[in-house]
Design a protein around this ligand. Structure first.
Ligand code: EPZ
Length: 424
């Protein structure tokens, strides 16, 4: 298996260009199942997860071709409406095909996603939402078998928790339903809004864009569309935090600062020198003269609160500040898998339930070590730790990283990091 080697302790200098958002591309690729004809998606990242989603659609008869970051997808001839466990177990976002298949064909059979490192990851909200729209769902042999006697029927759907993919699945199921669907306590993440814009471009009628109440007026037919995937706010946030952790001056370009309100506020509170101009964010943290950074408290919340997908990354930074910080993870039940590995770099972190108390060690707090990636965002927190650590860090199981960070090694080398891949 591949591992990442980092010779750390070097300030980063230069520019990182942000790719399209994984978590916007996955639902939008699934949405192309809603209608035949050729869809054109631009700014699509080439990642393990986007390749998995395209393989999954190809098994159903969907044709696609990639030209750089532009994807052309044609789902005119769907031959299959079933997704196997082998694919779903590698990427739980496979469940996003349920909504469009039910809308277009009235039937779908998808393996239940297993849990993953960060939690049980149930899909009960998805299932109960489909049932509200007149779908019968049978859970048998580890599969969800869903079907509707005729056209789906609009209805009100309420989410106890503003589920991101739950909102996306019900949106895609509702756009071709008879009548109106009102989604209450909907997720407001920018990736959901990117999907709303995509469905609207395909001819859907949706009100409440960007709010927690989405109203879908069902239409009789849709048409293919050309849409741009938004910049990946989690990738951008990861590089901003990395720059703050190593010192130096990094311009993160092609991003959407307005999609990172909580992170930018928190980095300012920490004492990081940040300048935002249009779609560029510059972090300056001169390693010598820089003001000492101070630990702050973090509580993950649904958007626009602090994103759970940037919790592991900022925990690395908190280890390198002065003073204590308390990090509370409210979204997932097991999202501290990175703590044991950060401790190998020297971190002083105590966990009680969903709360981690981090004692800041100052900028020189980490020493390189061999560590193991456990999930996508935990692995990026180890990269940040390795970049800041004195000496050499080796990160194993880096296939986790390749799920969500396009050209990571190239982008880090372009800002002066000493990082490369080796095969174990
Ligand atoms: C999406 O996952 C993202 N994935 C996750 O990013 C992200 O961490 C998460 O939203 C929260 O922002 C994609 O968009 C592909 P949820 P999702 O449904 O939709 C519980 C990454 O690193 N829940 O918003 O699966 C659930 O267990 C990934 O890129 C139910 O109980 O998350 C969790 O505690 C990781 N029943 C909470 O709700 C359900 O039916 C929020 O989950 C659905 C969710």
């Amino acid at each position: 298996m591949d591992k990442l080697i980092i010779e750390g302790g070097r300030p980063l200098h230069g520019e990182v260009c942000i790719s399209g958002a994984k978590n916007a591309a996955l639902p939008i690729i699934a949405a192309t199942l809603l209608t035949g004809g050729e869809h054109v998606l631009t700014n699509v990242p080439d990642l393990r997860d986007t390749r998995t989603m395209l393989s999954l659609l190809a098994e159903m008869g969907v044709r696609h071709r990639r030209d750089g970051s532009t994807l052309s997808i044609d789902s005119s001839d769907i031959t299959e409406a079933e997704v196997s466990y082998d694919l779903v177990k590698t990427m739980r976002a496979s469940v996003l095909v349920l909504g469009p298949l039910l809308a277009r064909l009235g039937r779908a059979k998808v393996s239940l996603p297993g849990g993953c490192a960060i939690g049980a990851r149930p899909i009960n909200f998805h299932i109960s939402g489909f049932q509200r729209l007149g779908v019968t769902c049978r859970l048998e042999h580890g599969y969800v078998e869903a079907f509707a006697a005729g056209r789906l029927q609009g209805n009100s759907v309420y989410f106890d928790i503003p589920s991101v993919t739950g909102t996306e699945n019900i949106l895609m199921a509702a756009v071709l339903a008879e009548g109106d669907t009102i989604i209450k306590n909907a997720a407001r993440e920018p990736e959901v809004t990117n999907l709303v814009d995509t469905l609207t471009a395909m001819g859907a009628s949706i009100e409440g864009r960007g709010t927690a109440e989405l109203i879908v007026h069902g239409v009789d037919r849709l048409h293919p569309a050309s849409v741009a995937i938004i910049a990946d706010r989690i990738e951008a946030g990861t590089y901003l935090i990395a720059a703050a952790a190593t010192g130096g001056e990094v311009v993160v370009s092609g991003c959407r600062p307005d999609h990172l309100p909580a992170l930018l506020e928190k980095l300012a509170e920490v004492g990081v020198d940040i300048v935002t101009v249009d779609n560029h964010v510059t972090v300056r943290a001169d390693p010598i003269s820089r003001a000492r950074l101070k630990g702050v408290d973090i509580k993950t919340m649904p958007y626009p609160g602090y994103p759970t997908d940037l919790q592991a990354q900022i925990m690395s930074l908190m280890c390198l500040c002065d003073g204590m910080s308390v990090i509370k993870e409210t979204i997932f039940e097991n999202r501290f898998m990175h703590v044991a590995e950060l401790r190998r770099l020297g971190a002083d972190i105590r966990i009680e339930g969903n709360t981690a108390a981090v004692r800041g060690l100052g900028p020189g707090g980490f020493n390189g070590a061999r560590v193991m990636a456990t999930d996508l965002r935990a692995s990026s927190s180890l990269v940040i730790g390795g970049l800041a650590a004195a000496g050499r860090t080796e990160i194993s199981r880096i296939y986790h990283l390749e799920r969500g960070y396009e050209n990571l090694v190239e982008k880090l080398c372009a800002v002066g990091a000493r990082v490369w891949k080796e095969t174990d």
